[in-house]
Design a protein around this ligand. Structure first.
Ligand code: TXA
Ligand code: MG
Length: 308
């Protein structure tokens, strides 16, 4: 039996699987099993009223979980699944309160990472309908973007029957774009690699932003935070960490955490840099934020939350 098949079976039996995705690593459980999902909350130390994203491999499963799928949501699913986008839709009864935090909506995503897709499709062959998976970090901490980070973050809380799957470094590096599709126009709840422009291009609709009363833990002011103090666009001093594009020089005695050549690289390496800052015991990290719209905005959003 391959490692992925073993993991699919573990899901079916109610255990947890740390699953690589193209955004960040997730901590997956059978989304129809309340006991398994309860363990996600326990392992993450996350408040139980925070809703989870349900992941599956086959886009057709959307109708199992969503009671209403507006035309523009179908267009988005067709254009960007599998990929770094989660859609919030009116739920069916299958989406229990233990998934939705008692709300009448559910968040759904088809990830594109080959290991995630294989895991989910094997789980579906065993009768699974979806895997609930928050990022595989302790509540409020930095999302892991490789299996080593998952082990460091959650290893001590997992049981011997849970599985951590290897899948290399996540390609996108920050969490999926979350789009509320319960209103006339799509509304961005969390910024990510699928940008407002891309959404408008596919749906021909303006995109509304934020202002939702739906609980999105990733939208709490302080989130994605390392132990080091993160400050934005300030002067960096000797002994401090620096996160910036490669075009930014490294002053003497400053610890250069990452030097990505473009915004995509910046997103991909950002959480690694924040983890590295803690591994090195740095007390202060200066991040020079990338300019521009789209993914750069998503990076600024995560850096702002890390800086509280
Ligand atoms: O990229 C991602 O989305 C990763 C990977 C593993 O797929 N997952 C992830 O999950 O970031 P998590 O739980 O760390 O963040 C999911 C966010 C939470 O902030 C949650 O509040 C929001 O999705 N969410 C879930 N269901 C929702 C709903 N029905 N309405 C609004 N927001 C919802
Ligand atoms: Mg998270």
């Amino acid at each position: 039996m391959t490692e992925i098949s073993r993991a699919a079976k573990a899901l079916q039996e109610g255990h947890l699987v740390a699953m690589p995705t193209e955004t960040v690593y997730g901590l997956a459980a059978d989304a129809t099993n309340p006991d398994a999902v309860a363990r996600i909350y326990a392992v993450k130390g996350r408040p139980a009223d925070h809703p989870l994203i349900v992941h599956f491999s086959n886009s057709d499963l959307i109708t199992k979980w969503a009671a209403e799928v507006p035309e523009y949501a179908k267009q988005l699913a067709k254009a960007f699944w599998p990929g770094p986008m989660s859609l919030v839709l009116k739920r069916t009864e299958l989406a229990g309160d233990f998934i939705t935090g008692g709300q009448d909506t559910v968040a759904l995503r088809v990830p594109s990472h080959p290991v995630a897709l294989k895991l989910l499709s094997e789980f579906e062959q065993l009768g699974g309908l979806g895997a609930a998976a928050p990022s595989a970090n302790r509540f409020g901490k930095v999302s892991p973007t490789n299996a080593t980070a998952v082990r460091a973050e959650l290893g001590e809380y997992l049981s011997s029957e849970d599985v951590i799957l290897e899948g290399g470094d996540s390609e996108v590096g920050i969490e999926s774009t979350i789009i509320d599709c319960t209103t006339e126009t799509p509304k961005l709840l969390r910024l990510g690699a699928i940008t407002a422009d891309m959404i408008t291009q596919v749906t021909n609709r303006e995109v509304a932003r934020g202002g939702s009363n739906i609980r999105v833990s990733g939208s709490l002011a302080s989130h994605y935070a390392p132990n080091a103090r993160v400050v934005l666009d300030q002067v960096v001093s000797p002994g401090e960490g620096l996160i910036a594009l490669a075009s930014e020089p490294t002053p003497d005695s400053v610890i250069r955490l990452i030097a990505p050549v473009d915004v995509e690289g910046y997103a991909q390496q950002l959480y690694f840099a924040l983890r590295q800052a803690d591994a090195l015991g740095l007390s202060r990290v200066v991040a020079i934020t990338p300019k521009g719209e789209g993914l750069a905005e998503a990076i600024r959003d995560r850096l702002q939350r890390a800086s509280f």
